[in-house]
Design a protein around this ligand. Structure first.
Ligand SMILES: NC(=O)c1ccc[n+]([C@@H]2O[C@H](COP(=O)([O-])OP(=O)(O)OC[C@H]3O[C@@H](n4cnc5c(N)ncnc54)[C@H](O)[C@@H]3O)[C@@H](O)[C@H]2O)c1
Length: 355
């Protein structure tokens, strides 16, 4: 059975979590690993199945034993590495955020015009393989909720543990794009793009962002120079309106609510592994009866499958010659929203998203 041979670029935190994708005996193997940090590469290589180690990623791109690259480097390197990989004829799985701006996504789309056979996806697609995501997507496509008019997507997560340290690139908007908006925002928007399908045609965004701040003298987040919370109203071409809110590091409990509301029914969903949530919850009125609430059990997200899904998905897309579940066109919309959010927060005006 043909396996897709990967060059892994970057041997940091996420590449260590992803190692299983290349040793689990499915469609993907790692043949070469590149990192400028030799110690990091030496530590990760055995877990990847002991590929060759190089320090210059260009050697990966020139390697004829590489079909695809997995880019696990900091975000400001995603654009040059993706463009160079495409020019070298390699498929690309890029960690999230895909790029730093929508203009950079356009550059990728333009580069792919000369190599339309290449598949490119972003690891923000981690949570799309869960049964709950697939079922929610099918219900929306089948109009099982009638005409969808409102989505409310709210994720609130706790503070980092005292003493948490993160690499400096995370605290630098020029290297990371933003803070939580670029760290978790791509997951949120990718899930919405996948589940909403053709309804996800964002047109206008009005939003705010705010930075992290210390909660106590002991509990100071490692990132103070980037956003730690965002709130946006997104208006789509179809008239669907989306409330998107994500907050981190505050005095308050976690909250994870995704609510889809249509003219014939409602659906509560979740996108991350959450043992306390048994499945999707469907709501509908039938005649004069009280609201009927039905739990729809399905395979929920789990960490192991979610983590490696982008690599599994890219390899299957290459082998089946089909589009992966996340495409550059999806990332054009996702980064259009992120650009518009930051501009709206800066100008305090609603911002139209470029096509
Ligand atoms: N840390 C997480 O939990 C997590 C989760 C999901 C996605 N991500 C994403 O994965 C990417 C990497 O994050 P991370 O946390 O693993 O970062 P990290 O800082 O731990 O690792 C990045 C690695 O890239 C290497 N690197 C830097 N420049 C390089 C170059 N020119 N050539 C080769 N290697 C180079 C560094 O030496 C380092 O080992 C980011 O886009 C991040 O958003 C991280």
């Amino acid at each position: 059975m043909k396996k897709i041979r990967y060059g892994v670029i970057g041997a940091g935190v996420i590449a260590n979590y992803m190692a299983r994708a290349f040793t689990e005996g499915r469609d993907s193997v790692a043949t070469v690993l590149a990192d400028v940090n030799a110690a990091a590469a030496a530590k990760l290589a055995p877990q990847l199945g002991a590929p060759k180690i190089v320090s210059d990623y260009r050697e990966v791109l020139a390697d004829p034993e590489v079909d695809a690259v997995y880019l696990a480097t900091p975000p400001f390197l995603h654009r040059p590495m993706t463009l160079e990989a495409i020019r070298a004829g390699k498929h690309v799985c890029c960690e999230k955020p895909f790029m730093l701006t929508q203009a950079e996504v356009r550059e990728v789309i333009a580069a792919l015009r000369s190599a339309p056979h290449l598949k490119v996806n972003c690891a923000s697609s981690r949570y799309l393989s869960a049964g709950t995501a697939l079922r929610a997507r099918q219900m929306v496509a089948d109009r099982a909720l009638g005409t969808l008019y409102r989505v409310s997507y709210e994720q609130v997560t706790g503070a980092s543990k005292p003493g948490t340290t993160l690499p400096p690139w995370r605290n630098d908007p020029a290297k990371n794009g933003g803070g939580i908006s670029f760290d978790w925002g791509p997951y949120d928007l990718d899930w919405l793009a996948f589940v909403l399908g053709d309804l996800f045609r964002p047109r206008t965004v009005f939003g705010t962002v705010g930075n992290y701040f210390p909660l106590t003298a002991e509990r100071v987040p490692p990132c103070l120079g980037v956003d730690g919370r965002l709130c946006a109203e997104i208006i789509c071409d179809s008239g669907l309106t989306i409330h998107w809110e994500r907050r981190s590091s505050e005095h308050g409990p976690n909250r994870h609510n995704i609510e889809l509301r249509g003219t014939q029914g409602g659906l509560d969903a979740f996108f991350m592994p959450m043992p306390e949530k048994p499945g999707l919850v469907h709501y509908a009125y039938h005649g004069t009866d009280d609201l009927k609430t039905t739990v729809l059990p399905d395979a929920p997200p789990n960490w192991d499958d979610s983590m490696v899904n982008p690599i599994r998905e890219l390899s299957r897309a290459i082998l089946d010659n089909r589009a992966p579940s996340n495409t550059p066109a999806d990332n054009l919309r996702i980064h259009g929203i992120l650009d518009a959010l930051l501009e709206s927060a800066r100008t305090q005006q609603a911002v139209r998203i470029a096509d």
